[in-house]
Design a binder for this molecule. Structure first.
Ligand SMILES: [Zn+2]
Length: 127
């Protein structure tokens, strides 16, 4: 998510711009865009170097989704494997159970890592 800081009240606003790095700014938008601050209505002239990348809100929801998916998959595995022979293949069940619970968190972690790298890259490159 790309944001800018209002010159006047210093509040952080979402730009809703879709660029991968600051170098793309003038290629995509030709000249500086003027954005009204949502907090104080001050008109800010946005230049590439006052755009800052921050973590998107959906990233914060990712771990909540991971928990829900884990619980759901855990429930399915529980229903599917939990029977009278459970003790005979306890290890196998335990392994699958662990796997379905851990995998959503691994995926969430990978996505978060990609996002963090993109943010770092964006913020370190000035034009
Ligand atoms: Zn403002």
């Amino acid at each position: 998510m790309l944001t800018y800081k209002c010159e006047k009240c210093k509040s952080v606003n979402n730009t809703k711009l879709k660029i991968k790095d600051r170098g793309q700014y003038y290629l995509v938008y030709e000249s500086s865009i003027v954005k009204k601050c949502l907090n104080c209505n001050h008109e800010n002239k946005i230049t590439p170097n006052n755009i800052k990348a921050v973590e998107s809100n959906y990233i914060k929801l990712l771990y909540i989704f991971a928990i829900l998916i884990s619980l759901f998959l855990g429930y399915i595995v529980y229903n599917y494997f939990w029977d009278d022979n459970f003790l005979l293949n306890f290890r196998g069940v335990f392994f699958i159970f662990g796997l379905v619970i851990i995998i959503p968190f691994i995926i969430a972690g990978i996505v978060m890592n990609i996002e963090r790298k993109a943010i770092k890259k964006f913020n370190n490159y000035y034009v």
